[in-house]
Design a protein. Structure first.
Length: 523
């Protein structure tokens, strides 16, 4: 008899992490047990990333390793890589027993059932695309559901550190940046109902969660898709902004579902009890969150700078639980390159946006705002002059944090066929220069925190057997989970050893800067 046990191999971004937590919730309801290690697992899920080439290779390597080391386990390739390439991989990747996209992650239980019972009456996974599927289609074990709505449900196990959680408020993206495959993978943007977001947050508050990180491909797009997403996708197709791959499941599902999706989104966010309809959708959501009771903080991650809704700033200023942390992926500061990326900004516009944000928080208890950004180097046609515009922008705006990525040619995106590619050695050198510059900026900016006291969230308690002391690893408000530095707090008092645990809140005076991390003492 098959043991109902499985192991989840996690890859990709915070959005993928939430999908993984939803997978666990759905499987737990069906009696499946998540294992910490894969040795005794009947099924191994590789929850994959398909965003850039390196992420694809990492996910595929996880598949090969799982099959090699645990040949008796069933392998399920789930997530973005499966969503995008299931048609091809279902024939080219025999190591995988089932492919499961991210359109409706709650359906993972049907996939698991199919792995061990091929004769049962199967649910109509492909009906939206091909009509009722045949037995042969099931034997291919490709499970792709329409990209409609936002997958949600129980999340009994969180993969964050204790007392911190990601809240997904949107899914998909309609910005259509020419280098980005997200619309191909996750479809057009759609939003969760405000009441559902509030309900989920209330449950987590009751469970002791302190830090909420709102996520989506672009938080600024919250609710705006209701009026124009179907029109925009049709325009994208007609203008070939996105070279849709011929796979029937993508085209038919994405285009055919838009009218119904638009009606659902319009109904879900335009509800009178959630504030002034003249406000942006994100501003109305933040006003609604402000009505929640409790001690917690909210961080906003991933806001497209071209769409930034300024009306969120006064709302955030009025409620100090909103952390003035802004993740704005500028990608470039050269106007020509930005246009080629299908973006509208330039260095001057982006500098003013940062000034507006920082000025809004000067007189608050925080005294400033934390800016994090992302840069993409080596985009086709990026000249030395265009790169220098980005370098100058970085030096002028001095974000506390930034990530730098080399351009990855993604098939079926417009930029894949753009002329004038940048040599790898050049893009690598540009990446290194931006990273070195950012390290210098971060070190200088972090030094401004020395001598100040912050309330920090403890992520880990680390024993140090060499000298009998222990350390707390914690984060202050300007440090997002996973991507930024941390605060290292040595504790030498033996009596304090059992006072602190993951999820504790501690007051810390910053004493030193250690590369990209801070060191502090308990107050």
């Amino acid at each position: 008899m098959v043991q109902k046990t499985y192991f989840l191999s996690k890859h990709g971004c915070a959005k993928n992490q939430v999908d993984g937590e939803l997978l666990v919730g759905a499987l737990q309801k069906s009696g499946w047990t998540l294992l910490d290690t894969p040795e005794q697992a009947s099924v191994i899920i590789v929850n994959s990333c398909g965003f850039i080439e390196s992420a694809k290779k990492e996910s595929l390597s996880a598949v090969f390793e799982a099959k090699k080391n645990y040949p008796n386990a069933k392998i399920v390739l789930a997530g973005c890589l499966a969503e995008r390439y299931a048609d091809e991989l279902s024939t080219d990747l025999p190591e995988v027993d089932a492919f499961f996209g991210n359109g409706d992650v709650s359906k993972i239980t049907d996939v698991f059932a199919s792995l061990f019972d091929f004769e049962r009456e199967m649910p109509n996974a492909h009906s939206s695309f091909f009509g009722t599927p045949s037995c042969n289609q099931y034997k291919k074990k490709v499970w792709l559901y329409p990209q409609v709505g936002v997958s949600c449900g129980a999340r009994p196990k969180l993969f964050n550190y204790k007392a911190s959680v990601y809240i997904k408020i949107t899914e998909g993206c309609s910005n259509c940046c020419t280098f980005c495959a997200i619309p191909l993978i996750r479809g057009a943007v759609r939003s969760r109902p405000i009441k559902d977001i509030l309900s989920e947050m209330q449950a987590f508050i009751a469970a002791g969660v302190y830090e909420f990180n709102l996520i989506g491909q672009d938080l600024a797009a919250f609710s705006i898709e209701a009026k124009d997403s179907s029109v925009r996708l049709k325009q994208m197709k007609n203008k070939k902004l996105v070279a849709y791959r011929p796979a029937t499941h993508f085209k038919s599902a994405l285009i055919a579902s838009q009218e119904k999706q638009s009606e659902q989104c319009q109904e879900s966010v335009n509800q009178g009890e959630y504030g002034d309809k003249s406000l942006s959708g994100l501003a109305r959501l933040l006003k609604a969150i402000s009505t929640l009771q409790g001690m917690f903080t909210i961080r906003l991650l991933y806001i497209h700078p071209d769409n930034f809704p300024h009306d969120i700033l006064p709302i955030m200023v009025c409620d100090k639980r909103f952390l003035p942390y802004f993740d704005l992926p500028f990608q470039s500061a050269d106007e020509h390159i930005l246009k080629q990326m299908n973006r509208r900004g330039n260095r001057t516009v982006y500098q003013k946006l940062i000034d507006d944000i920082r000025n809004s928080f000067e007189k608050t208890a925080y005294g400033t705002a934390c800016i994090r950004t992302t840069f993409l180097v080596g985009f086709p046609g990026e000249t030395e002059g265009a790169f220098n515009e980005t370098l100058l922008f970085l030096k002028e705006v001095r974000p506390l944090w930034s990530g730098v990525f080399e351009y990855s040619p993604e098939e079926d995106t417009p930029a894949f066929s753009f002329p004038n590619p940048v040599a790898k050695r050049i893009s690598y050198a540009r990446k290194a220069l931006l990273q070195d510059t950012q390290t210098q900026i971060t070190t200088a900016e972090l030094n401004k925190f020395v001598g100040k006291t912050f309330k920090c969230l403890v992520e880990e308690v680390i024993e140090n057997t060499s000298d009998e002391n222990f350390f707390l690893l914690a984060r202050a408000w300007f440090q997002a989970p996973e991507v930024d530095g941390c605060v290292v707090i040595p504790v030498y008092d033996e009596d304090m050893r059992y006072k602190y645990s993951e999820g504790s809140l501690v007051d810390v005076r910053i004493t030193a800067v250690r590369n990209l991390d801070l060191e502090g003492t308990l107050v």
